[in-house]
Design a protein around this ligand. Structure first.
Ligand SMILES: *[C@@H]1O[C@H](CO)[C@@H](O)[C@H](O)[C@H]1NC(C)=O
Length: 433
């Protein structure tokens, strides 16, 4: 349930962080040998059986997106490179030790022994398992982009943790590991920024089933095909919201003031959405490894009651666990933004709202049945690091979400279907640079 278990650790002074990313040795080259300072684009696939998302950045092999993950990790070949324990990057790799993850006792950061190879502790967000392995330097690749098309291939190297093969359990078949996208220094967006000298931002457009979405790392425009083509990034930057920092992890939290159903505010206890920075609990956080937005029970109960009341005229079907509230699919009109139903609005800073229409609030469970696409955390809401609300991928799908790690902001487009496009409309045909 937590976006990421981690023990608390004192923050490193900023100057140490900026020294950390002194480039790993290895390839620097873009397609033609000059260091590219263009953002990179990669397709996003959705795995039908796990509902996880992957990007093929490890020489074509897919890594699972984990917004809260601090590291890039994958099993290694024998003879892989290692990183000295005394290096500052070893300290960075060990800053967010997964909760309940046993230390192996070797490769401790800071050891002055020159033969000591740094150990890192990769975490599988789908199974909750952790493992240990060498910190290594892995080759990654993607295409440079102008925000409209891929332009030319780019290879670069990044620090990554080796993982035992068994740690791949519960990931999509064929996945080679995980790409952590958090705010921490060894996440994929942080390393892309320092290696390719691009902006420390990324834009995520998660596709619905059967489509190919896109992620752009490094800033710049983000254009989707529509009539006419639509550039979305500039507007998102102008209307960005502040991210909140949880000192216990590197996940992406933002402020929510309330929830409304059909324009009427849902009665939740005061302060229900607040992030407790000292405990690292509460708050509203994005997750790419949680399918349906999951709410603490003191928020979930009034929300489902309000939605139930707002849809009282719609014929029901028997609840199909894990879904609590289901409807006769044929009873809804069909609109551009999904089944015609009362909107759910997240009330954000500055009077802004993130509207969740039918395509975001309901899920098709079978031919005849649509169900309410939110879940309760249950009563074990005191789990360490448990947020108040985990925004899941069903609600993020077909929204462009732009994270700026430098400024500490997030921009959310709202459901793109309302603008007659989808995350499946990035043009992956090669363009000319
Ligand atoms: C670059 O884009 C082309 C066209 O979409 C694709 O075939 C190729 O695999 C991409 N290369 C990398 C390194 O991602």
């Amino acid at each position: 349930m937590s976006p990421h278990g981690s023990s608390s650790s004192p923050g490193l002074p900023l100057f140490v962080l900026s020294l950390l990313l002194l480039s790993p040795p290895g390839t620097l080259a873009g397609g033609d040998g000059r260091p590219p300072s263009k953002p990179i684009v990669t397709p996003i696939s959705k795995d039908g059986s796990t509902s996880l998302y992957t990007i093929p950045v490890k020489g074509g092999a897919p890594l699972v997106l984990d917004l809260a993950g601090p590291l890039v990790w994958s099993p290694c070949q024998p003879g892989h490179r290692t990183v000295p324990c005394k290096s500052s990057v070893c300290t960075a790799a060990n800053r967010n030790h997964p909760a309940n993850c046993a230390y192996t006792g070797t490769g401790q950061p800071g050891s002055p022994d020159p033969t000591c190879a740094c150990t890192a502790y990769p975490y599988n967000p789908a199974s909750g398992q952790c493992g240990s392995g060498d910190l290594t330097i892995a080759p990654l690749s993607a295409n440079a982009t102008d925000g409209k098309n891929p332009l030319f291939p780019v290879s670069f190297s990044a620090y990554a943790a080796c993982a035992p093969d068994g740690l791949l359990a519960s990931l999509p078949s064929g996945a080679a590991g995980v790409a952590g996208l958090s705010r921490q220094p060894l996440s994929l967006p942080s390393q892309v920024a320092s290696r390719l000298k691009v902006a420390k931002q990324f834009a995520l457009c998660l596709p619905g089933g059967g489509q190919t979405g896109a992620a752009i790392f490094g800033g710049g425009p983000f254009e989707l095909q529509a009539a006419p083509p639509m550039e979305l990034a500039e507007d998102l930057r102008k209307n960005a919201l502040p991210l909140l920092v949880n000192p216990k992890n590197g996940a992406y939290y933002f402020r929510v003031h309330g929830i409304a159903v059909n324009q009427a505010q849902v009665p939740v206890p005061g302060g229900a959405f607040d992030l407790d920075r000292r405990q690292g609990t509460g708050g509203v956080v994005f997750s790419t490894v949680t399918r349906f937005t999951t709410l603490r029970s003191d928020i979930f109960s009034p929300l489902i009651n309000a939605f139930d009341a707002a849809t009282s005229g719609i014929p029901r079907r028997k609840p199909m666990p894990p879904y609590d509230l289901c409807y006769e699919a044929s009873a809804f009109s069909s609109t551009r933004v999904g089944p015609g139903v009362a909107n759910i609005d997240l009330m954000l800073d500055g009077g802004r709202t993130w509207t969740l229409p039918g395509a975001s609030s309901l899920v098709q469970v079978d031919e005849r049945t649509l169900c309410f696409a939110f879940q309760s955390m249950g009563s074990e809401s005191t789990v360490a690091n448990s947020p108040a609300v985990i925004i899941g991928t069903h609600q993020m799908e077909n929204n462009l979400v732009l994270f700026d790690l430098e400024k500490g902001t997030v921009g959310i487009s709202g459901l793109l279907l309302g603008r007659r496009t989808t995350c499946g409309n990035f043009n992956f045909a090669m363009g000319s640079s």
